[in-house]
Write a protein that binds this ligand. Structure first.
Ligand SMILES: NC(=O)c1ccc[n+]([C@@H]2O[C@H](COP(=O)([O-])OP(=O)(O)OC[C@H]3O[C@@H](n4cnc5c(N)ncnc54)[C@H](OP(=O)(O)O)[C@@H]3O)[C@@H](O)[C@H]2O)c1
Length: 447
């Protein structure tokens, strides 16, 4: 912190009244003052105290909820954000779409020098924050990490888990992830995620412009052939799944992690880490071998793939002009065939959903084979990450576990900067923590 007074709260959850925010509050309460938890003090922030109180009641599951301070802050009032940021070590920002509301929150945290995590899945926002705030965040000692939710921790940590199964002299060349969502009931997303996706389509050119305006990042040297451009619809026989490309933030976030790793092969130095921790960090990163990476949405029935294509076309076509966006945002359920709802999923729908994310890695039994003319991978390793519903159960679990690492091991984390979850939390026990909280990582097969 740059200001002399000490922060009052370990964590402030901003946007605690939102659909996802209330699930994040529920997850945080599990760790508030529990044995060995570094979370001792918590406050909720938002623009409406009645809504925050409702959210707290829901999250604590009873009328007698714990006394948790409420802080009023609005993204249109920078002084309220600064006041909020100066009262805490760490802001968990659940106010989205981030393209609309995120910048002033990051700005306030960086100015004050507190840490910031969010659950954003919007690549343009993440890269813009990096472009605008990276240096200032380092200078002020503010750690800004987006995508600490289902976007993009299962992808980043699932890929690293697969990568660690390749033992020298074996090396991976590419890893394809297949995301399969299951439920006895309907699988539904809330409006906030839908609006973020629609605005992402509308502004896709801005990401290209931003990248053109910035120096090119380093790319890792991946042994073997370049990335494979497959067919639009794929039948993955071993998994028994039909799949198509998922335009999520995952592969983009992973690429940023690999760029930072290429520039810092031993990872990022902790602000006050001891030599033992530095060694541990370097040892961890020496086990991670970069690979080409892509994510597909996958399902058992071919018909469902056509359903995904129809939703993609609807958002892609209508999202590209103003009246189309108005229609999409006015009638989300109609244009996504029930996939997104203004009121979000019911508690039963959330409770019954699960995900499986398969990582099919292709590579070489010996790195030397990769450099031969026309080399083709001769080894396949399949791993899997599996857990509860993605948006409102898995995302809060991930966000809170990342937050607990920040609270517990701040001295071992980089001083500051705008960074990805993979590069920041990779060498820590995030995977173990996720496993303890119902998100499993398994080795499935090796051949
Ligand atoms: N990474 C993932 O996998 C994942 C999963 C779930 C959600 N998300 C993202 O999380 C974000 C939120 O989604 P959601 O479904 O929870 O949305 P939501 O229900 O609409 O919640 C939005 C929250 O933002 C608050 N807010 C809006 N404008 C504000 C302002 N000007 N100042 C302060 N607070 C403001 C709202 O406060 P009020 O209550 O006062 O309106 C509410 O608390 C979206 O960007 C979504 O994509 C990501």
């Amino acid at each position: 912190m740059t200001e002399l007074q000490l922060p009052t709260y370990d964590i402030i959850i901003f946007g605690a009244s939102g659909f996802t925010g209330k699930y994040v509050v529920r997850e945080a309460l599990k760790f508030l003052n529990s044995p060995n938890s570094p979370l001792k003090t918590l406050a909720l922030a938002g623009r409406n105290s009645n809504k925050l109180t409702e959210s707290l009641k829901w999250a604590s599951g009873s009328k007698t909820h714990p006394t948790i301070p409420l802080i009023i802050a609005d993204t249109s009032d920078p002084s309220s954000l600064r006041r909020m940021a100066s009262q805490t070590k760490l802001v968990l920002n659940c106010v989205g779409p981030y393209r609309k509301y995120g910048d002033p929150v990051v700005n306030a945290c960086v100015e004050v020098g507190c840490d910031y995590l969010d659950i954003c899945g919007e690549p343009e926002f993440m890269e813009r924050m990096e472009a605008v705030y990276f240096e200032k965040a380092v200078e002020k000692g503010s750690l800004v990490v987006s995508a600490c939710g289902f976007d993009s921790v299962p992808a980043e940590f699932g890929l690293m888990f697969n990568s660690r199964q390749w033992v020298e002299p074996a090396v991976p060349n590419r890893v394809e992830a297949y995301l399969n969502l299951e439920s006895d009931k309907r699988i539904v997303g809330n409006f906030g995620t839908f609006e973020s996706a629609v605005l992402g389509v509308a502004n896709v050119h801005k990401l290209a412009e931003l990248r053109r305006s910035r120096p090119k990042r380093s790319r890792p040297n991946i042994p073997g052939p370049g990335p494979v451009k497959g067919s639009t619809i794929e039948h993955q026989e071993e998994l028994g799944l039909w799949a198509m490309k998922l335009p999520s933030a995952d592969a983009i976030v992973v690429r940023r992690t690999f760029s930072t790793l290429t520039e810092n092969p031993r990872g990022l130095q902790g602000v006050n880490e001891d030599p033992k921790q530095a060694e541990k960090r370097a040892a961890f990163w020496s086990t991670i071998k970069p690979a080409h990476f892509g994510v597909k949405i996958a399902t058992k029935s071919l018909l469902s793939v056509f359903g995904f294509i129809a939703i993609g076309l609807s958002i892609g076509l209508l999202g590209s002009f103003a009246f189309g966006r108005w229609l999409l945002l006015k009638f989300p359920s109609i244009f996504t065939f029930g996939g997104f709802r203004k009121k979000g999923p019911t508690e039963e729908e959330v409770a019954s959903a699960t995900f499986k994310m398969w990582f099919v890695g292709y590579g070489f039994s010996d790195a030397k084979l990769a450099s031969q003319e026309g080399a083709k991978p001769d080894t396949e390793i399949i791993t899997r990450v599996m857990g509860p519903e993605i948006g409102y159960l898995t995302t809060p679990i991930i966000l809170i576990q990342c937050a607990l690492i920040v609270l517990k091991q701040r001295q071992d984390l980089p001083k500051g900067g705008v960074l990805t979850p993979g590069i920041v939390f990779g060498p820590f026990d995030l995977q173990d923590r996720l496993q303890e909280n119902g998100i499993s990582f398994d080795l499935i097969s090796e051949k």
